[in-house]
Design a protein around this ligand. Structure first.
Ligand code: CMC
Length: 431
């Protein structure tokens, strides 16, 4: 980056400013504006960060035009097909695919941290039964900083490592317990002889009154959902985690901030919103009405599960998810599931409509994930918590990268102030 000698010339009121240009290993060039304010006294303006790189990173790359997603260089479709979630976690966290011994060690460390501090049970019990599981997750993950004091010192690499493993390991337990609590069933403790996805399914669906056998095909589908959501470079929740941690806050508090951001319907909440939309549409004959609403500028309705800030082509995760949906529904004997029929027809009609193709609005990962999760027996309120379980590794990997970056600075955006300028206070009797 430092060897790049190209510059971009910016002229402001007759004065030129040469700004360094950097070439990434992939993706568009980047103009360095860090010294712009001190040199020229101006800020740049980019609400929503549509043209701003907020950091440099070596973890994940997206080519939105090609519809390509790479983790440490490996394409997501290869990882979804040939790898599994914990191996992808290792790859994201440490940069390379593990050797068999490294994987065994990593899986062992994660498995040995799946239990929650027993005192946390009382924390869960303080919530109302009808609390959204995301509300419980935000609270419980933030509260981990009060339970695990020995892994909150971010200047200590060992503590950072322990905090990372704890969060990867405990997030499924937290999400499953949030669900169990909401339906009034006893918490199911993790079982260390099960793989990550099977353990999660068991903690969600087992009851003490009878045996629970994990269906390996459903466990594979669950693992694939985790894998497909693992990381997505500087998305809103990841940027939230980075901004929160730039102040030096402890990792549990920062991941809780990421979970809060993920909850919104424009981000991780889209899977819940999408399934609710498909159910509301109900039957294929209603689709034209909803498409017309999505196209109407005066109607705030959007097709949930469609469109993406970065992908201007098919979301590569959606392709794998669609295939998984077909497999899972066939296995469960519900291929004629009405929601799936509406989803398939909606996709067909939207992609045949120039409004969507011209704006490059294609189905995203959330379009099909809800259908699979519903078929597995999850209520819609659990869709976003499952996304949070998966994305934890992305947040942690990006957090770890940031904490060890020698250029780390507190994130502090500037603004285009449009408010009232200096004026004198008026006493209340004179207003
Ligand atoms: N339905 C109808 N029109 C849409 C949609 C949609 N789903 N998405 C974008 N548009 C239109 C939008 O009205 C705008 O039109 P115009 O240029 O005429 O004003 C144009 O497309 C560009 O939209 P934008 O809001 O400027 O694009 P953005 O990059 O800011 O937003 C998005 C990206 C994902 C928030 C948006 O596409 C959206 O709200 N989609 C539905 C929610 C969704 O599925 N979110 C999940 C994203 S993938 C998982 C994740 O990252 O968490």
């Amino acid at each position: 980056m430092a060897d790049d000698t190209r510059t971009a010339r910016l002229e402001i009121e007759g004065k030129s400013h040469d700004l360094p240009i950097y070439s990434p290993t992939a993706g568009p060039d980047v103009i360095d504006i860090r010294k712009l304010y001190s040199a020229a006294g101006v800020f740049t303006y980019d609400p929503g960060f549509t043209s701003t790189a907020s950091c440099d990173s070596t973890i994940t790359f997206i080519d939105g035009d090609k519809g390509e997603l790479l983790h440490r260089g490996y394409p997501i479709d290869q990882l979804a097909e040939k790898s599994h979630f914990l191996e992808v976690c290792y790859l994201l966290l440490y940069g390379e695919l593990p050797s068999p011994a490294q994987l065994e060690d990593f899986e062992g460390r994660v498995t040995n941290h799946t239990m929650l501090h027993e005192q946390m049970v009382y924390f869960f019990r303080g919530f109302r039964r009808d609390a959204h599981p995301m509300a419980i997750m935000v609270g419980v993950v933030g509260a981990m900083s009060a339970f695990y004091h020995d892994s909150t010192d971010i200047s200590d690499p060992w503590q950072r490592e322990v905090a990372s493993i704890r969060m990867i390991a405990k997030m499924p337990t937290i999400a499953a317990w949030a669900y169990k609590y909401s339906i009034g069933q006893p918490f199911v403790y993790p079982r260390n002889d099960l793989d990550y996805a099977s353990n999660f399914l068991r903690m969600c669906f087992a009851v003490p009154a009878e045996d629970y056998e994990v269906n390996p095909i459903l466990a594979r589908a669950m693992d694939r959902i985790f894998t497909l959501h693992a990381d997505h470079e500087q998305n809103a929740s990841t940027s939230t985690v980075r901004l929160a941690s730039s102040s030096g806050a402890n990792p549990f508090a920062c991941i809780a901030a990421g979970i809060a951001c993920l909850w919104g319907p424009a981000h991780g909440g889209a899977n819940q919103a999408c399934l609710e939309m498909l159910r509301e549409i109900g039957t294929p004959d209603q689709i034209p009405e909803y498409i017309a609403r999505a196209k109407d500028k005066d109607d705030p309705f959007r097709l949930m599960g469609f469109g993406h800030r970065v992908y201007k082509n098919f979301d590569p995760r959606a392709k794998v998810m669609k295939q998984s949906a077909d497999e899972v529904l066939e296995l469960l004997g519900v291929e004629d599931n009405p929601t799936l029929q509406v989803a398939k027809e909606l996709e067909k009609q939207a992609l045949a409509d120039p409004f969507f193709t011209e704006k490059k609005l294609f189905p995203n990962v959330d379009f099909y994930s809800g259908i699979i999760l519903e078929a597995m027996g999850f209520p819609t309120s659990m869709f976003t918590p499952i996304f949070a379980v998966s994305r934890t590794i992305g947040w942690i990997s990006q957090w770890k990268e940031m904490i060890t970056d020698p250029q780390l600075k507190i994130g502090r955006p500037r603004q285009l102030y449009q408010g009232v300028t200096l004026r004198d206070y008026v006493d209340i009797e004179n207003r």
